[in-house]
Design a protein around this ligand. Structure first.
Ligand SMILES: [Zn+2]
Length: 311
């Protein structure tokens, strides 16, 4: 078997799915969840040659983990707006690589990535037909994060763009809400596959369009997503700086597979604020999380020390 990236028959080395630089930053994330399956947050694959791994892919990991360190270790306030600078090519190559590694480890979808390999390896100037969106993951729920396993690092294949809203009003005045029973997904005809990544307080959505997709249709889907959902389209041509905002609410922060609309965000925020008779759900979570926060601090400090000792 050859290398998954350059297909040369070299000695193969280990490569992490979630880059170990991220596992160092979020050291408390001992395991992660993906769709319905859980795995130790240190899964590896062994089909990448030394050269690809160390000369090309590790540079992408460096770029990605520095971006996460710069902006997304912090937790933000619910109405935060964050300006980020990014390098579109490096960021999209990094995310494609992580998605490809993940799919190989689950022995799915591996052929899907063949058309993107040259781009990931940086050996073509041509941009593949993909779209990249970003937003902030901010926990506005009263539940401490550990109640739902530790999900600061996640890769989800085929997240669902909710067609309407996750919650629906039960009366005409929209004073009470319930979880919608039949949640239809948005039908995105030109889509080949999609991935959602959560790393700390950022969520990236990576959409891969069909090879023969109609560019105008792709542009209209991009427009629809940017205008119906809180996500921001990351541009590959203009200035690579943009402002992103919260894309999660109390009802999907622990179920990121469901992507809610702007209207759904509003329903969910009104509903969760109304549930606690004037008490802020975030204050409730913070008071329940004191011990956990200590644990996180200690784990991260230890990881930092270990890193220093290795160097
Ligand atoms: Zn290789």
């Amino acid at each position: 078997m050859g290398c998954a990236y350059c297909s040369r028959k070299e000695k193969l080395t280990k490569e992490h799915i979630i880059p170990d630089s991220l596992l160092d930053i979020f050291a408390e994330c001992d395991f992660t969840i993906r769709g319905n399956s859980y795995f130790k947050a240190d899964p590896i694959i062994k089909d990448v040659c030394f050269k690809c791994n160390n000369e090309i892919l590790s540079k992408l990991d460096n770029y990605g983990s520095n971006l996460i360190k710069k902006y997304f270790i912090n937790e933000y306030e619910p109405d935060a707006r964050l300006n980020i600078d990014y390098d579109y090519r490096l960021l999209s190559r990094w995310l494609l690589k992580i998605a490809y590694n993940g799919e190989r480890s689950f022995k799915r979808n591996t052929e899907l990535f063949k058309p993107y390999l040259d781009y990931i390896m940086g050996s073509t100037e041509e941009n593949p037909r993909i779209s990249l969106f970003a937003g902030l993951a901010i926990d506005t729920s009263p539940m401490p994060e550990y109640y739902h396993d530790n999900i600061k690092l996640q890769v989800i294949t085929a997240p669902k763009f909710v067609g309407e809203t996750i919650l629906e009003p039960t009366d005409a005045f929209e004073t009470s809400f319930r979880i919608r029973k039949n949640m239809n997904g948005l039908n995105i005809s030109e889509l080949k596959e999609s991935f959602l990544f959560r790393f700390g307080s950022v969520i990236f959505l990576l959409l891969l369009w069909k090879d023969n997709s109609d560019l105008e249709l792709v542009n209209s889907f991009e427009w629809i997503i940017e205008n119906m959902y809180p996500y921001k389209l990351l541009n590959q041509e203009e200035r690579e700086q943009t402002e992103i905002k919260r894309v999660t609410h109390a009802f999907n922060i622990h179920a990121l597979v469901l992507i809610d609309t702007d209207i759904g965000m509003d329903f969910a925020d009104r509903c969760s604020i109304g549930m606690f008779q004037g008490k802020d759900p975030i204050d409730i979570r913070k008071s329940l999380s004191l011990g956990w926060d200590e644990h996180v601090k200690e784990k991260r400090l230890k990881a930092l020390e270990n890193r220093k000792n290795i160097k």
